[in-house]
Design a protein around this ligand. Sequence first.
Ligand SMILES: [Zn+2]
Length: 86
Amino acid sequence: MVITIQNIIDEEAQLEVKCMGCQKIVIFRGERLLAELGRLEAVRDVQLRLKCNRCGNPALITAVWPDEAISRERTRNVLNKSKSPN
Ligand SMILES: [Zn+2]
């Protein structure tokens, strides 16, 4: 399955792009900024083409789900468990 930038937007995740040379980190979060990478682009293709604007080395992309994107569901899960008869 190809994971696209649009999938990252839909899943409320953010992308951390870390330079393998100088370790500079750039974070792409929010729909507007992520869309600039190209909504239909595969994340692996983005990683393939990105180069550090400081030293020119390739970068690694990591997807992160910020806590605020998850906390609603965590709260719901805790409530469901506490209501369980077990
Ligand atoms: Zn760099």
